[in-house]
Design a protein around this ligand. Structure first.
Ligand SMILES: Cc1ncc(C[n+]2csc(CCOP(=O)(O)OP(=O)(O)O)c2C)c(N)n1
Ligand code: SF4
Length: 300
């Protein structure tokens, strides 16, 4: 990490706003920070206008802390609750029309590679389930088929939260919502399977009540997207307003949902395993002693 992006120019220290000084002196830039240190450093995302107790906000905070190089990361979002927080963070945020986030991210990622060559910026899309699985679906899928090298994170609250409770493709069958009073008639879309079929190199599910797992999953997804291909994370980020979850029960709900139907799953392609092992020293994917060596394809 580098402090160069935020440090003061000589003589300007005393004129900088307190918030900015805090970011330089107590922020994560130039340091190795982990989610286990939350509360002891100034976060890139501190202020936001989202509902009290919203689990999506916690997830976004954790995800941003987990970015391997936050000062070299550009987030892309779209209409929906999440952008209210992501746009307040002290790293760049690109916002387009509802659903076009993966198209925007494709162009951005390619442009950054042309501009910065072998030191590209990390591009991370964070969008709601409606933005990802409904209106943005075509652009999401095609970015995966093209193996665009950026990370897509679905903030899956299983509803259109920002517009007051319409069902999305990710709402569960039978769920009754303010603007779906008869209950949803169809099953929740299997976006994890679609991501695999479309060729994503890394696909994982998480819930925000396990910060270390969120950190691990985000880091891997961002690193793999740098060189190997598209990566997809689906995070259960409940909407306590539309699902009437009492604020003090939000984490309990996440735990129940995790046990019930949102268990941790992780798919890592062979090429991605080899890359994480060789480039970043991950030990998890080394062949186990005594086991026959896995056939790992050569990198193109
Ligand atoms: C083209 C377009 N259609 C509709 C809207 C209105 N709109 C804003 S946010 C939103 C729903 C967002 O739902 P989701 O993507 O699931 O995110 P959430 O708010 O639940 O996080 C809609 C329909 C819009 N901004 N642009
Ligand atoms: S409406 Fe739901 S998802 Fe949106 S900020 Fe409020 S609790 Fe979070």
């Amino acid at each position: 990490m580098s402090l160069d992006y935020v440090k003061f120019s000589g003589g300007f220290e005393k004129f900088m706003p307190k918030e900015y000084r805090d970011m330089v002196e107590h922020g994560p830039f130039g340091k190795k920070i982990s989610v286990s240190q939350m509360g002891s450093f100034k976060e890139i995302l501190e202020e936001h206008p989202m509902c009290a107790g919203c689990a999506m906000t916690l997830f976004i905070r954790l995800a941003i802390i987990a970015f391997p190089n936050p000062e070299d990361t550009i987030t892309v979002g779209t209409a929906g609750c999440g952008r209210l927080a992501i746009s307040q963070a002290a790293i760049p945020f690109v916002y387009g029309n509802y659903g076009d986030q993966n198209g925007v991210a494709s162009g951005l990622s390619r442009g950054l590679r042309l501009r910065f060559g072998d030191k590209p910026k990390d591009v991370v899309v964070m969008a709601g389930d409606g933005g990802t699985a409904d209106i943005g679906f075509q652009q999401v899928l095609h970015s995966w088929f093209r193996k665009e090298r950026f990370t897509t994170i679905m903030l899956d609250n299983e509803v259109y939260g920002n517009t007051g409770g319409q069902e999305s493709g990710m709402t569960n069958r039978g769920a009754v919502l303010k603007m779906a009073p008869l209950g949803k008639k169809f099953e929740k879309m299997d976006m994890l399977q679609m991501a695999k079929v479309a060729g994503c190199a890394y696909v994982a599910t998480v819930v925000p009540n396990n910060p270390r797992r969120v950190e691990s999953v985000i880091k891997k997804a961002v690193l793999i997207a740098r060189e190997v291909g598209s990566t997809y994370i689906q995070a259960y980020t409940s909407c306590n307003i539309e699902y009437a979850i009492p604020t003090d029960k939000v984490m309990e709900d996440a735990k129940t949902v995790e046990n019930d139907r949102y268990q941790f799953t992780e798919y890592v392609s062979d090429e991605a395993k080899q890359y994480l092992t060789e480039r970043y020293g991950y030990k998890d994917y080394l062949p186990k002693a005594g086991a026959p060596a896995a056939a790992i394809p050569n990198k193109a």
